[in-house]
Design a protein. Structure first.
Length: 150
């Protein structure tokens, strides 16, 4: 007697193998997306605004100011450089290495027009601070409001 929903051509082993392949394929796709989303953007930055300037702070430990190239073009700030880690490791090996080395480039779109010719940069204790004066057109203006009785 055949039970409801039972098929003669159904094979439990073949179905389990198919399900395992599907799960593996799904897991591979998810781990690839997770690793991409965890990729670290370097350097980490904070952009803040004052009344007459933007201030960009970037965490870039272990470098010198002359190791950076900082450019402003239009509304884009670009920071490039090369950092090295682990110098002087002759005859030894790493047990853990969480700090990356090599070249980096980070371009960020600025929220306002700046005067790149008057920009200044300082590097203290691993923190790069770039001060970008706003162009006159980008500075906040107070707009007087007239009350009209009608």
């Amino acid at each position: 007697m055949a039970m409801l929903g039972e098929r003669d051509d159904w094979d439990l082993e073949r179905e389990l193998v198919r399900l395992q392949r599907e799960m593996n394929r799904s897991r591979r796709g998810r781990s690839h997306q997770t690793s991409r989303s965890r990729a670290r953007i370097f350097p980490s930055i904070i952009i803040s605004a004052r009344e007459s300037e933007l201030v960009v702070r970037a965490e870039i430990p272990g470098m010198k100011l002359e190791d950076f190239d900082i450019n402003v073009s239009g509304d884009t700030l670009t920071m490039t450089g090369t950092r090295s880690t682990g110098g002087g490791l002759e005859g030894g090996w790493y047990h853990r290495r969480e700090r990356e080395s090599g070249g980096f480039s980070r371009a960020v779109r600025l929220p306002a027009e700046v005067d790149g010719a008057r920009a200044e940069a300082a590097y203290v204790a691993g923190l790069l601070t770039i001060t970008l004066p706003l162009k006159e057109a980008a500075k906040p203006m107070e707009i007087p409001v007239k009350v009209v009785e009608g």
